[in-house]
Ligand binder design. Structure first.
Ligand SMILES: Nc1nc2c(c(=O)[nH]1)N[C@H]1C(S)=C(S)[C@@H](COP(=O)(O)OP(=O)(O)OC[C@H]3O[C@@H](n4cnc5c(=O)[nH]c(N)nc54)[C@H](O)[C@@H]3O)O[C@H]1N2
Ligand SMILES: Nc1nc2c(c(=O)[nH]1)N[C@H]1C(S)=C(S)[C@@H](COP(=O)(O)OP(=O)(O)OC[C@H]3O[C@@H](n4cnc5c(=O)[nH]c(N)nc54)[C@H](O)[C@@H]3O)O[C@H]1N2
Ligand SMILES: [Mo]
Length: 755
């Protein structure tokens, strides 16, 4: 019997024939190529194959799957990875859904289907409206859709009752126009996926080194002596990064993995573009693997700092010239006991000292990379500050082969922020924007993602507009967020594919279908910024599946025209006719985009300036800042485990491509929970048992039923389940200090037998 779960959550499917094999010890190779090709053939056939040839090539389109950079030179003919291919296969589908599909399926029926089923239905083709009280979406036509938006947005008492969410796939051009519209309309309510993603990195790095971005390029990896990969699973989420890591290791670098789970992509790699790799020859990657306790990284890096200081290996000239706050940091470190460090990190002192020894050897060319394993904890900002502290101690920043590398997720999430998608852009940006646009932007900070959910819940925000993404599933506390969205007068999504956010709707709802990365846009191209600050053009070449599709830029401009009209110097239609004009405006407003139109046409694009990379510190002190604070680590409620929510190998965020997690050895199931074997046995369960997960927080308990337990190698006291199935367990008010990012990697859960 299928238990009912509240209807905003992915439905609970019958437990299938769960397969559990030993996790893999190496990634990519032939199985990855085979999996990529089968997805392409199955989902998008010739269209997908054609698109793959353009993927990440100069003059082609930017891979929609992640933000790892392409080599500046020497791109191979197939500069893609398995999961990039899956993303392309999903977008390039020739299958479509239009009015007949929506006439045949009510919203309620669609909600009963799985996320994987939604993705398989095909591309959206025409604007659809769900009127109040009706059961089915109906075709609406673009003019009427924009008129509805104008009617609803103009009816608000204040522009701050509207929310304009962005997912990180939007191009620089679309994102710039979008924030310009929001500000011309009168609000800074620009929540984005970054609020749930690398916000903690931006917050920490801005305060520490004056720029909220990483400081390394691909070239630095080739010169590095030591590379740390902390809290990330590149084999699945950034597979092209493995090529870079393998090159670095071949050049003599030592790779250190810090992760509670032994992720295959970090232990070994078989190159997919080399014959020997295809035949199964693997290169070992991490020479040291530290299975840190979940949320034990702050303690671990404090230990590294202590070990560096105890042997007097700090970079004194660098510290004298470039930093502020060293003395108080030093005394904080010296006052931290090894015992506390070992308990909280779960790593023995001797191992920490070995890690420090690796980092101080040679010329201390150290790079530290990280992703969601660090950013989604309550003390995420403090943890990233601690990593920065260690780099400052070593002077390992702003010189070749050394620096900090937050590895971004969505392919243009970094660019969106650069061009103004933020609820609290600095005054310098606002002034430049006002000057160029001839408007007066509001200065009151807007809502981020969590604040947006709370505002909708309190009925203080009434129109929710999303440029991409799947807000209802990506956000924490699924039932609470659904209630918030249902409080709205209008919810509107600009999307390529059907997703659950279309089904968790306000009084009225609109779906506005747009062109994707792979689609031809009347000969126009857009641009994106990757994880290392390179801005590149992206141009799709596939014939769009419907003549009704508009580009994201056009949708934003036409909405803006209908809602706000031409104001100040803004002529929406004129701006959007030729994207060069939008780029000219970006150049006028955002520093670093000089000769944007010329340089973006160069093969490989151009680097944005990065002051920290040149050891110029745009901070409050004019120096790089140490941060000193006490140690802590998340302690679950009594009897509970720390649950982290992660991605399987067969998904892109909320888009589910398949039911397997090949590298972790898990097949045919998504509703699973990995648990430390002793913790599982202690609770009287074994692999395959059906359990309910109950999260425990100060405001009460949340239940997610019917997960199959799997005993898995991870530190005592920890568990892991997939996002978005486990999002219902994440309390909306449980967020990181300083960045307000939901704590999706540390949730207290109890496990009970499923009845
Ligand atoms: N194919 C594919 N590619 C993607 C995505 C996708 O869904 N699919 N998503 C994209 C996006 S938006 C993002 S942000 C990135 C996400 O990329 P990742 O950050 O790699 O994604 P997660 O699956 O959340 O993996 C988190 C990793 O951190 C580890 N971890 C958890 N808690 C801790 C901790 O306390 N300490 C340490 N040291 N490690 C910890 C987990 O074991 C896991 O290996 O990937 C991007 N690329
Ligand atoms: N529990 C838990 N929750 C998490 C995370 C976690 O690790 N654990 N990770 C968080 C992270 S890192 C992120 S970045 C967020 C992601 O949050 P989002 O960015 O909101 O979610 P996605 O699943 O990436 O969005 C997928 C949808 O985007 C639409 N789409 C795809 N391509 C395009 C396009 O080119 N244009 C437009 N307009 N739409 C498009 C499709 O309709 C698709 O259904 O989720 C966060 N939520
Ligand atoms: Mo992300």
């Amino acid at each position: 019997m299928k238990p009912d779960v509240p209807d905003a959550r992915p439905p609970v499917e019958d437990p299938g024939d769960l397969q559990v094999k030993p996790p893999k010890t190496w990634a990519v190779g032939f199985p990855a190529v085979a999996s990529a090709m089968s997805q392409i053939v199955m989902k998008s056939g010739l269209r997908g194959t054609r698109a793959l040839l353009d993927l990440n090539q100069s003059g082609g389109f930017d891979c929609p799957s992640c933000a790892w950079p392409d080599p500046d030179h020497h791109r191979s003919i197939a500069e893609f990875c398995e999961n990039g291919a899956k993303a392309v296969a999903s977008e390039a589908m020739g299958k479509t859904i239009g009015r007949e599909f929506f006439a045949a399926h009510s919203v309620e029926q669609l909600a009963e289907q799985s996320d994987a089923w939604h993705d398989l239905q095909g591309r959206l083709t025409e604007p659809m409206l769900l009127e109040e009280g009706v059961t089915h979406y109906q075709p609406v036509g673009w003019d009427r859709a924009f008129a509805i938006l104008a009617e609803e947005l103009r009816a608000l008492v204040s522009p701050n009752e509207a929310l304009f969410y962005t997912s990180g796939r939007a191009s620089n051009e679309a994102a710039f126009l979008y924030q310009l519209f929001a500000r011309a309309y009168g609000t800074n309510n620009l929540p984005d996926c970054s609020n749930m993603c690398h916000e903690s990195s931006g917050t920490a790095l801005k305060a520490a080194i004056g720029v909220g971005k990483g400081t390394v390029t691909l070239e630095d990896f080739l010169e590095a002596e030591t590379i740390l990969c902390v809290g990330q699973n590149p084999g699945t989420n950034h597979p092209r990064m493995l090529t870079t890591l393998a090159q670095a290791v071949a050049n003599g670098a030592k790779l250190v993995a810090v992760n509670p789970l032994k992720e295959a992509g970090l232990t070994g790699f078989a190159h997919p573009q080399e014959v020997l790799g295809l035949l199964g020859r693997t290169s070992p990657l991490a020479s040291t693997y530290l299975q840190v306790r979940v949320n034990g990284d702050l303690a671990l890096f404090r230990g590294v700092a202590k070990a560096i200081l105890s042997v007097g290996a700090e970079d004194v000239p660098f510290l004298c010239e470039h930093v502020s706050g060293y003395e108080s940091y030093r005394s904080q470190v010296e006052g931290t006991a090894w015992e506390e460090i070992e308990t909280l990190s779960g790593i023995a002192r001797v191992k920490i000292e070995e890690l420090a020894a690796l980092m101080v050897r040679g010329e201390r060319r150290v790079i530290t990379c990280w992703a969601m394993g660090l950013t989604q904890h309550r003390n995420a900002v403090a943890t990233i500050r601690e990593i920065t502290n260690v780099h400052l101690l070593l002077g390992a920043i702003g010189r070749p082969g050394a620096g900090l590398c937050p590895v971004r997720g969505h392919s243009n999430v970094q660019g969106d922020r650069t061009v103004g998608i933020w609820e609290k852009m600095p005054e310098s940006f606002m002034e430049a924007l006002d000057q160029q646009a001839g408007i007066v932007s509001p200065r009151e900070h807007g809502h981020d993602t969590v604040a947006s959910i709370l505002a909708m819940h309190r009925s203080e925000a009434k129109v929710f507009f999303a440029l991409g993404g799947n807000f209802a599933q990506a956000t924490p506390d699924t039932d609470f967020t659904a209630a918030a969205l249902r409080n709205c007068r209008l919810t509107c999504h600009v999307s390529t594919k059907l997703n659950r956010s279309h089904l968790v709707h306000g009084r009225r709802a609109l779906i506005l279908p747009c062109l994707g990365r792979t689609d031809r846009d009347h000969g126009r191209f857009v641009s994106c910024e990757n994880s290392m600050g390179v801005v590149q053009s992206s141009e799709g070449r596939l014939e769009p599946v419907s003549t009704e599709l508009l580009s994201e830029c056009e949708i934003v401009a036409r909405m803006a025209e209908a809602v706000a009209g031409d104001v100040g110097n803004i002529r929406w239609r004129w701006l959007v006719e030729d994207y060069d004009r939008i780029r000219d405006w970006i150049e006028a407003v955002v520093p670093g985009f000089e000769s944007y139109n010329e340089r973006v046409r160069q093969p490989g694009g151009f680097y944005l300036p990065n002051a920290a990379k040149e050891r110029r510190w745009n901070t409050d002190t004019g120096k790089a800042n140490f941060a000193a604070g006490p140690l802590d680590a998340f302690t679950p409620a009594p009897g509970c485990l720390i649950l982290q929510t992660i991605r399987s190998h067969d998904q892109f965020n909320t888009t589910i491509y398949g039911m397997n997690d090949r590298y972790r050895g898990i097949g045919h199931a998504r509703r699973i929970v990995l648990v430390n074997p002793d913790d599982l046995a202690e609770r009287g369960f074994k692999t395959g048992d059906l359990v309910d997960l109950i999260s425990v927080w100060e405001d009460g308990e949340r239940v997610a039923p019917r997960f199959q337990a799997i005993a898995y190698d991870m530190p005592r006291g920890s568990a892991a389940a997939y996002f978005p199935e486990a999002n219902a367990l994440v309390p909306v008010r449980s967020t990181a200090e300083g960045s307000n990012t939901p704590t999706s990697k540390s949730i207290s859960v109890r496990i009970t037998a499923s009845c």
